[in-house]
Every structure is written in C-alpha cells, then in structure tokens.
Design a protein around this ligand. Structure first.
Ligand code: ADP
Length: 285
C-alpha cells in the first residue's frame, strides 16, 4: 500500500466500497474503517494528502490543456449535515480552482423541470482535464423524488437502469466516477442542526425544511438502500462513508480521489515546442 499514510490499514477504495447485501440501517456512522489514527493527528495527514491531491489534479488539468479528454467526477450524496459542503471546501478546495467544476443540485428550476432529469446533469459534466463535483446529483431523482412521491413509481422505477446506462456511457467516454454516499447518525445530525441554530455564522446553512426530511429518515434509508443495491456497478461503484467524524470522512474521500487520479496513470504532458530552442531565444532577449 505504497503512497498511503501509515495510519491506513486498508485501502479506502476497498474497505469503503459498497458490498452486495450491506444494509444502510447497519452502517456504523461513527466508525473509521481502515484508519487507526485519531482526530489529533488528522489535520497533519489531511494537509499532506491535500497536497498530493492538488499535485495530481494539476497534472490532470495540464493534460486536459494538452488535449486529453479524460476527467474525474466526484458524486456526493447524503442527507443534510452529512458534510458534503465540508468535502467541497476542505478536500476538493485544496485543488486549483481552474480545473474544478462544482455544481450543487437543488430543487429543479422551471426550465430544468421541462427537460428530462438528466438534462441538467449532462450540462454540468466536467470537460477534459477537470474534476467535476456534484453536490447532490441525478440520484436525487430516485431519492427525494421517490420519498416525496413527486412522480409515480412507474416513472422513478426505470431510472435506476437508466442511471447505470448513463454512467456507463460516461465512464466509456473517459470520465472516472467516484461516488460517495455519506451517512450521519440521527443524533449527530441533531447536534449539527442545533449548532446551525446557535451560531449566526451557520444560519445560512439552516433550512426549516431539513426537519421535515429528518422525520422521513426511514423512507430515505429505504431509498438509499435501493440506490446502493441497484446502482453500485463495477464501473461506478458506491463508497459508503461514515460521516459522524468529519475528519475521517474528509481523509477517506481525499484518498478516494487520489486513488482515482493515480488510476489514470498521468504524467506531465510533453512540450509541444522545442525547449532548447526556446531557451536560446529567451537568453537572447
Ligand atoms: P443543500 O440543502 O444541499 O444545501 P439546496 O438548499 O440548494 O442545497 O437544495 C437542496 C434541496 O433540493 C434538497 O432538499 C434536495 O432534496 C432538493 N432537490 C435536489 N434535487 C432535486 C430533484 N431532482 N427534485 C426535487 N428536489 C430536489
């Protein structure tokens, strides 16, 4: 396990990968699978791994500039307070913004509703050389839509297969897809929501509607179970991320991104000019 900090006893991409038969109801959201370190040492590890991610991300971007059409897409799904925003800030945020394409998916606009649900998703896909981040995603169309019965079952039911086909097409066209299902316990969610109500700098994150969603947790669990059971594929597997410890979920997702970028076997693109000739020219100026 070269290139993994020594605190990892197992590779995150293996230990966190959703296994057939695994139950959402049994996820230990407070666990730190594969990691022996604790919160104290985590900041140091995070800083170091942020740099590793940033280096690889820059290499991907450089390749994109040189015409490489490959990209990476991070899909973040999770209930409110799971920490999606923190991943965007503290993990992806370590990269060079020039090569990051962030999209948050909220309630569809009138225009979006007039189209197929994948329309807005396709528009947000990362271009070659970019890391795309979906803060919520097409999975909302089989999560909130299913839980709230926004469309009848005969409409959402075929979407699982359709999403698989869509992601296959994406992967075949050169996008590495990293899917993270982020889970917090109801207790931890309550603590985080109450913090949002205590601190003026957190009010902006609070939405009274979050409490209604909280009441629907059993229905969401069922919907998340279906997502994991039916859309974790060889080409785009789900990773189950325990999120009660923010420091752990950040470290874990950082490693998933590093691993995915390493899997692309990137190298710095060669110059498309004569380096020696340019040096001579520059020296004479
Ligand atoms: P967040 O809560 O992640 O900070 P927003 O407040 O912008 O972000 O909006 C998220 C809300 O939009 C969530 O309640 C989510 O369920 C909802 N949403 C996202 N996609 C859809 C969709 N396709 N249909 C209905 N609601 C959706």
């Amino acid at each position: 396990m070269a290139d993994l900090p020594s605190q990892w006893t197992h590779e995150p991409r293996k230990i966190l990968r959703f296994r057939a038969g695994e139950k959402v109801a049994n996820i230990d959201t407070d666990a730190t699978p594969g990691y022996t370190g604790d919160k104290n040492g985590s900041t140091e590890v995070q800083t170091e791994r942020n740099q590793r991610f940033a280096g690889l991300q820059e290499m991907l971007y450089a390749n994109g500039k040189a015409g490489d059409s490959r990209s990476l897409l991070l899909v973040l799904q999770g209930m409110d307070t799971a920490g999606k925003g923190g991943i965007v800030t503290h993990v992806v945020g370590a990269g060079n913004p020039m090569g990051i394409h962030y999209t948050g998916f909220g309630v569809p606009t009138e225009e979006e509703r007039a189209h197929h649900y994948l329309w807005r998703i396709r528009k947000a896909l990362p271009a070659g050389g970019h890391v795309g981040v979906f803060d919520r995603s097409h999975y909302e169309d089989v999560l909130v839509v299913r839980v709230h019965e926004l469309v009848p079952p005969e409409v959402w039911e075929p979407r699982y297969d359709e999403i698989n086909a869509f992601e296959k097409e994406l992967v075949d066209s050169g996008t590495t897809v990293v899917k993270c299902a982020m889970f917090v316990s109801l207790d931890e969610q309550k603590r985080r929501l109450s913090e949002r109500l205590e601190r003026p700098d957190k009010y902006w994150k609070y939405n009274p509607g979050d409490l209604d969603e909280r009441k629907l947790w059993p229905a969401y669990q069922e919907a998340y179970q279906a997502v994991l059971d039916r859309t974790s594929t060889d080409y785009a597997p789900w990773h189950v991320i325990p999120c009660d410890k923010k420091w752990y979920s950040r470290l874990a997702i950082t490693e998933l991104l590093i691993e995915a970028l390493k899997g692309m076997k990137l190298t710095w693109p060669p110059p498309d000019f004569d380096v020696e000739a340019e040096k001579k020219k520059l020296a004479g100026l």
